[in-house]
Ligand binder design. Structure first.
Ligand SMILES: *[C@@H]1O[C@H](CO)[C@@H](O)[C@H](O)[C@H]1NC(C)=O
Ligand SMILES: *[C@@H]1O[C@H](CO)[C@@H](O)[C@H](O)[C@H]1NC(C)=O
Ligand SMILES: *[C@@H]1O[C@H](CO)[C@@H](O)[C@H](O)[C@H]1NC(C)=O
Length: 433
């Protein structure tokens, strides 16, 4: 019996869903929650299918949902303990037992894992299961028909693990570099390269951005293919996991890139280069991209260097009282406006060569923290912060960022405002209607 299950499960996981046509790529809307500043993606799950809002966590190892509140589905199956699906997730699994009457998310001898909530810095045991999951197929310009994966692997979690998430969120869509996270699972099921792209919306300029799985184009109205603006930098690996739950010796499944220098306008910041590189023994240092922090967070010495260069350049603008968590705030009337936001010096994150840099213009460096007050949207992470530079949500808004796991690289567009479009300009009207 056991060997039957072991043999069948990988086939179920990787079998091509026969009921559906093969999609070119998949797309789903992303929204920003104004209270928590979290970004939510829409996934349809279960049979009958219901829409779920899941908080996007680039560093999360799989998708998890609250199975305590009214989980009804005819297609849910727990994964047996010691099955190959169980070890696919990672080596961290254990055998779960249910101490109440069995229900979805609570059954004896199932594969137990540790769903993680980085927003509340907590995790809890949960059951690994499979259920139908659907997203819209896309040609890169519109969504067309829904495509279903009948056996998508995810984790059930207790209801209280959604504490700290945006109102209405049923869990977290972890998009990390694991085989169980949606980018790899969907790529395997639908035979496309392991690749996804994130275009986060900004509250000022629109309502919903877009999350794509699979290849481009990524077309935004009026007919702009943002994949044409991408520059690429290698994805770096951090051999030491820094997540909330992991097994000893496990590499990080987060997205690290190699920032080698930072410029504010023409000024090259003087930085401690040790902080910019990943220490292969401890996992400290380096730069990662994260949707779990709302603003880019910098190790103290980097923060001081960047803010003092910025403050010097803004010496002529009236500084006003700080608005937490920001320190450098100014009277908004002191800034000219440009297509790419308030007129301030650009911040350039220099990558693998002088010629490859990620430019952060005013729209992504200055936030309106109070009426008529613009603040420098970077926060101090402390001296012993594990990752020196964490590029956060606000700096990613209205930028297209492509995570290409197959080619181990990250593509970034810098602001789409230069191209006269935004992440909210994906045309979500269905092309099949
Ligand atoms: C640079 O940072 C490393 C790691 O935090 C630290 O050990 C070293 O003392 C720093 N060097 C200087 C010159 O501050
Ligand atoms: C500040 O204003 C003065 C006088 O208008 C000008 O000479 C100076 O260059 C300005 N400094 C900066 C940093 O813009
Ligand atoms: C959005 O897509 C729909 C369906 O293809 C199309 O009818 C509509 O004209 C598009 N909207 C714009 C503004 O182009």
């Amino acid at each position: 019996m056991a060997s039957w299950i072991l043999y069948l499960l990988p086939v179920i996981l990787f079998a091509y869903p026969s009921s559906a046509a093969r999609p070119q790529a998949l797309v789903t809307p992303l929204t920003k929650d104004p209270q928590t500043l979290q970004y939510l993606a829409r996934f349809n799950q279960r049979t009958p299918s219901i829409p779920l809002n899941l908080v996007v966590d680039l560093g999360g190892r799989y998708l998890w949902v609250d199975c305590d509140s009214h989980y009804v589905s005819s297609t849910y199956h727990p994964t047996p303990c010691h099955s190959s699906l169980c070890s696919l997730e990672s080596s961290e699994y254990f055998c779960d037992y249910c101490f109440s009457s069995p229900r979805i998310g609570c059954k004896d001898n199932t594969c137990g894992v540790w769903p993680d909530n980085p927003f509340a810095r907590t995790n809890n045991p949960g059951e690994l299961g499979v259920d139908a999951l659907s997203l819209f197929s896309t040609d890169g310009s519109n969504p067309s028909f829904p495509i279903s994966d009948p056996s998508f692997l995810f984790s059930c979690a207790p209801g209280f693990l959604t504490r700290g998430l945006a109102a209405g969120a049923s869990g977290i869509a972890g998009l990390g570099r694991t085989r169980a996270a949606p980018p790899s699972q969907l790529a395997a099921k639908f035979s496309f390269r392991r690749r996804f792209a994130l275009c986060l919306p900004s509250t000022q300029r629109g309502t919903s951005g877009a999350l794509f799985f699979g290849p481009g184009p990524y077309n935004f109205l009026p007919g702009i293919d943002a994949s044409q603006s991408l520059l690429y930098t290698p994805l770096l690996s951090n051999p030491v996991s820094i997540a909330g739950s992991y097994s000893a010796g496990e590499p990080s499944y987060e997205y690290f890139i190699g920032v080698t220098a930072i410029k504010v306008g023409d000024t090259v910041l003087s930085l401690n280069k040790t902080l910019l590189t990943i220490d292969k023994k401890t996992g400290y240092g380096g730069t990662k991209i994260s949707t779990a922090v709302p603003y880019t967070t910098l190790e103290t010495s980097i923060y001081k260097s960047l803010t003092s260069a910025f403050a010097a350049a803004l010496a002529n603008v009236t500084r006003v009282a700080a608005v937490a968590p920001f320190e450098f705030c100014y009277d908004a009337k002191g800034f000219g406006s440009t297509r790419v936001g308030p007129a301030v010096p650009a911040v350039n994150l220099v990558l693998q060569s002088e010629a490859v840099y990620w430019t952060i213009f005013g729209a992504n460096s200055m936030v309106e923290a109070a009426d008529g007050v613009l603040c420098l949207a970077f926060v101090e992470g402390g001296r012993r912060t594990m990752t020196s530079i964490v590029i956060g949500g606000f700096q990613l808004e209205d930028n297209l960022v492509e995570f290409d796991l197959g080619y181990s690289r990250v593509g970034f567009s810098s602001t789409l405002l230069f191209r006269r479009t935004t992440c909210s300009n994906f045309n979500f009207s269905s092309s099949t209607r």
